[in-house]
Design a binder for this molecule. Structure first.
Ligand code: NAP
Length: 508
């Protein structure tokens, strides 16, 4: 199937249809697909929840939420109505195994009315406590069975996928007792972002970067994904999870993989995901000392207008949950031996930004003498958000007499391609899943390899109360201890505080 073809007819079954993810992400993304003619010609949605709605009430609820969270400008009322009319609702408690026969009947009826071949795509947009129960409930009534032409069955699992290695392995085990690996789509919206995918294009569609992309020419790589907001209304969830599980174990480590992986033979599910797993398996295992020395955790404290993390509603007053993590890691393979990767994430930092910064090595000899000319490093900044783009810092001579060299920027922003990447990452990933295209979904071995690496940190933090949790004032770049992770002579690349303009870079 080419990417232009529409997916075959199917029913999307959303568990957790009355929830936050559904209204914020799924409905707007489906609307985007609908308007771009990317939904199947024969298509229906069945929302499932314990909340009591009739079909009409649910459609009214969705219409309202779409106007809040969706991009409905320029959409006429007729288009909105015909989109919303594809939705149906079933009152059901997905944790009750006795309810699944009812679901089967409703799905068969919907298949008949919509002329769909019992192709079902299940989206688990519920709290993770249900991620085992739902697949088992579906299996109980045979709704897991992929009958090829007569009915494909696929299942999307939201993050978090497990809480540590043990729970991730157990979840994989249960899931795979009901569905085969090629039916399972572990979603991580980071991988659906155009700019993340463009890292692959930058590396592998250009002849100039790949020869330099190794320990001979690269000094170190920084990966940053930070936010200038706190935990908003997610306190209950976040306080149990923390930054390491919420961001590092999945999003940041995927960015590490994309920056570090070997060129896949083809950009397809097996080849791409094999290379990702190889990176995870090559992460240098951490011991107790590494956790102490190379991982910094922090929690924001009150500053200016911002209250402290512990004062947030829903957060325990003595919470030791980290809202910031920075770490230095190594990939033990031929390409990356000795090259540090510095990664960090945090809440309540000065700005919202995700980027990869590649620091190339210094020239072997600096012939332009003078105080300002001692250290010239080329940096490649790949900005994932906002102001998506790529920027190269290079040295140029300043005009005038003498020979003073200065860092300047060569930049490209995505708006030059006719606009910021369109559509949300969720739209891209849902469309891929409807087509059975699993390249951008996490495979079971990758999830487990990643948890295996991070489990040491989790365990050390749990077992060793002497490991510090550093406070940092809200609105700053995190604990000062994170600076000490850097090799001598380097600091973190902190972008401008105000990234609302189109600048990719500015001197602080
Ligand atoms: N929200 C986001 O932006 C976001 C982003 C990334 C990942 N996720 C993940 O996506 C999943 C859904 O997130 P969410 O924020 O939408 O969650 P949510 O709003 O808390 O829950 C979704 C729905 O699940 C149902 N539910 C809740 N507890 C239940 C229980 N004990 N038994 C049966 N049903 C229950 C509720 O519907 P009824 O009461 O009607 O049954 C609720 O509306 C979570 O795993 C989350 O980690 C969310």
């Amino acid at each position: 199937m080419t990417h232009k073809e529409r997916p075959e007819g199917q029913i999307l079954v959303i568990f957790g249809a009355s929830g936050d993810l559904t209204k914020r992400k799924l409905i707007p993304s489906l609307f985007h697909l609908y308007r771009s003619n990317k939904l199947p010609k024969h298509f229906a949605v069945l929302g499932i929840g314990r909340s009591s709605y009739t079909n009409d009430e649910y459609r009214a609820y969705l219409t309202n939420e779409l106007s809040t969270f969706g991009d409905i400008k320029d959409a006429d009322q007729k288009a909105i109505s015909s989109f919303i009319n594809m939705f149906n609702y079933l009152v059901m408690d997905p944790s009750d195994m006795n309810e699944y026969p009812k679901l089967k009947v409703v799905l068969e009826e919907l298949s008949t009315t919509n002329n769909i071949n019992e192709n079902y795509l299940y989206y688990l947009a519920t709290p993770p406590a249900l991620y085992k129960k739902i697949p088992l409930g579906l299996k109980e009534v045979g709704l897991n069975k992929d009958n090829g032409v007569k009915g494909k069955k696929r299942i999307i699992i939201e993050k978090p996928f497990g809480y540590n290695l043990k729970t991730a392995v157990s979840l994989n085990h249960t899931l795979m007792s009901a569905f085969k690996e090629d039916q399972i789509f572990r979603i991580d919206h980071y991988l659906g972002k155009e700019t993340v995918l463009n890292v692959m294009a930058l590396r592998f569609a250009n002849g100039i970067f790949e020869p330099l992309w190794n320990r001979n020419y690269i000094d170190h790589i920084e990966i940053t994904a930070v936010e200038n907001i706190g935990i908003e209304s997610r306190a209950g969830f976040y306080d149990e999870v923390g930054a390491l599980r919420d961001m590092v174990q999945n999003h940041l480590i995927q960015l590490v993989a994309i920056a570090a992986l070997e060129p896949p033979i083809k950009f397809d599910a097996d080849n791409f995901r094999n290379e990702v797993v190889k990176v995870y398996n090559a992460l240098r295992p951490l011991d107790k000392e590494d956790v102490l020395k190379n991982v910094v955790r922090g929690q924001y404290v009150a500053s200016g207008m911002h209250e402290s993390y512990r004062e947030m509603k829903g957060v325990k007053k003595d919470s030791r949950t980290e809202t910031y993590v920075a770490m230095k890691l190594f990939i033990d393979n031929w390409r990356w031996e000795g090259v540090p990767f510095y990664i960090r994430t945090g809440k309540q930092l000065p700005t919202k930004v995700s980027e990869i910064v590649v620091h190339f090595k210094q020239t072997p000899h600096m012939m332009f003498k003078g105080d300002k000319n001692e250290r010239v490093y080329n940096k490649l900044i790949i900005r994932i958000q906002p102001n998506e783009g790529v920027l190269m810092r290079i040295a140029m001579k300043t005009p005038g007499s003498g020979y003073e060299v200065k860092d300047v920027s060569l930049d490209f922003t995505y708006d030059k391609l006719g606009g910021v990447p369109t559509g949300d990452a969720y739209a891209r990933l849902i469309e891929d899943c409807m087509k059975g295209e699993s390249t951008l979904f996490t495979r079971s071995d990758a999830v487990e390899a990643s948890w295996k690496y991070f489990d040491t940190i989790i365990k050390e933090w749990e077992d060793n109360p002497m490991i510090p949790l550093y406070g940092y004032p809200a609105g700053t770049w995190g604990p000062l201890e994170a600076d000490k992770l850097m090799n001598k002579g380097f600091t973190w690349t902190n972008p401008c505080k105000n990234l609302t303009n189109t600048d990719l870079y500015c001197e602080l």
